[in-house]
Design a binder for this molecule. Structure first.
Ligand SMILES: NC(=O)c1ccc[n+]([C@@H]2O[C@H](COP(=O)([O-])OP(=O)(O)OC[C@H]3O[C@@H](n4cnc5c(N)ncnc54)[C@H](OP(=O)(O)O)[C@@H]3O)[C@@H](O)[C@H]2O)c1
Length: 383
């Protein structure tokens, strides 16, 4: 059915392209596949890339699982226009989905801060973004150090961002993308405060960052937004009774014993907290003009997420990559959440460029409030 529709659209556009070529309506435009420039027919409604041997229609396929970030950018011209006068922070932007997200937003024209724990890697990513997007020196991409596992590093980042953005008169901060994430496949590790590293990085670090940046974000009200990259792994790691029990969360999630530690449960729990946090943040601050949402970028995308296990890494990069979304496609839902009207985020969960129902636990407002309060308690020393 979908295939038939695509074929229909393609043949209609190929016909249009022939007409437009005759009418000399062809012009050059970067191709959404990230290939070299190609000729496109643009009559304002239909665009067909005809420079490739595999001519493909690129507008307006409805957004979905296989959409590229450039498809998303084209689908939200007003959001893209707004971002040209705004600053966006992307955490964990030196690789994987974060780097492709940063590239897409920089290509649109936003100032993009690559918030990364390793400045050397961030510098390499910046060069990749500027070169592959053909922005060159005109790209407004900035690297800043941020280690989400360290509250001290988060505070230093916020101070540095605030100072530099004021001194250099940057456009206002409109969007914070909480993308960085780890899976502790190498085993249990804790941060400087004794908190399990997955929970500390994926959830607590992002919460502290959001809370410290709220005064800056509020200056962009009512359109400021926080986009949290979660995961469908949030389905199932914790039982409802655990989620309203502080003792259970402390022993199973925040400070687990080595013998009880499961990397995938720790990852799933941190991702459940990501979605609970986005919902609670939205409920708490939407009236102040800061909205939020969370999302699943796609499953088993060939990023570095499995780096601590050679088997997982090999499987992701060399086997599953034949079937999964590309890393650019994995960034599409995030980019969509950055570009769609702020009023439509509504604290919701997105997947494959569409609204998607998160787990019943993530939707439970009592659980959201409980997670919010516990998070505040764990961060009290830093707020
Ligand atoms: N790949 C998937 O299939 C998949 C599926 C569902 C959800 N996700 C989510 O998508 C997001 C991006 O993951 P990815 O797949 O792109 O993985 P990735 O390639 O491993 O990228 C993760 C990024 O997070 C950064 N990071 C890790 N710890 C950090 C810390 N303490 N402080 C600051 N940055 C830190 C990494 O920096 P370093 O290079 O310095 O480590 C890297 O830039 C994550 O939230 C992940 O949970 C991914």
């Amino acid at each position: 059915m979908v295939k038939a529709k695509e074929a229909n659209l393609r043949s209609r556009m190929e016909r249009d392209a022939t007409d437009c070529a005759a009418a000399k309506m062809l012009k050059r435009e970067p191709c959404h596949n990230g290939d070299d420039d190609c000729a496109v027919c643009n009559d304002g409604a239909a665009v067909l890339h005809v420079g490739h041997s595999h001519a493909h229609a690129s507008t307006p396929p409805p957004l979905g699982k296989w959409s590229y970030t450039a498809d998303v950018a084209r689908a939200f011209p007003q959001g893209a226009e707004e971002l040209k006068r705004a600053t966006v922070i992307v955490t964990g932007a030196n690789g994987g989905i974060g780097r492709e997200t940063a590239k897409a937003l920089a290509t649109i024209g936003a100032r993009v801060v690559l918030a990364c724990r390793n400045l050397a890697k961030a510098g390499v990513a910046k060069t990749y973004i500027l070169n592959s997007s053909k922005l060159g020196e005109s790209g407004r991409v900035v690297c800043m150090e941020l280690d989400l596992a360290s509250p001290q590093s988060i505070k230093a980042f916020v101070a540095r961002f605030t100072k530099q953005s004021q001194e250099e008169r940057w456009d206002p901060l409109s969007t914070l993308v909480c993308n960085a994430g780890i899976t502790a496949l190498g085993g249990l590790r804790v941060n400087e405060e004794g908190t399990e590293s997955t929970f500390a990085t994926n959830h607590l670090g992002h919460c502290l960052l959001v809370k410290l940046l709220l005064p800056v974000l509020k200056q962009y009200a009512p359109l400021a937004r926080v986009v949290v990259v979660g995961s469908n792994s949030h389905f199932g790691p914790l039982a409802t009774k655990d989620m309203l029990n502080k003792e259970a969360i402390m022993t199973k999630v925040v400070r687990p014993e080595k013998r009880d530690f499961s990397p995938m449960k720790a990852y799933g729990s941190s991702k459940l907290f990501n979605t609970l946090f986005a919902c609670a943040l939205h409920r708490q601050y939407a009236s102040d003009g800061v909205v939020a949402c969370s999302l699943h970028p796609g499953s088993m995308i060939a990023s570095d997420i499995g780096r601590e296990s050679w088997i997982a890494n090999f499987y992701l990069k060399y086997i599953n990559s034949w079937f999964a979304k590309s890393v650019d496609q994995g960034a599409s839902t995030t980019v969509m959440c950055c570009l769609m009207p702020a009023s439509e985020l509504k604290g919701q969960y997105f997947n494959d460029c569409a609204v998607f129902a998160p787990s019943p636990l993530a939707q439970d407002e009592n659980v959201q409030s409980f997670a919010w309060a516990l998070t505040d308690e764990l961060l009290r020393a830093h707020l």
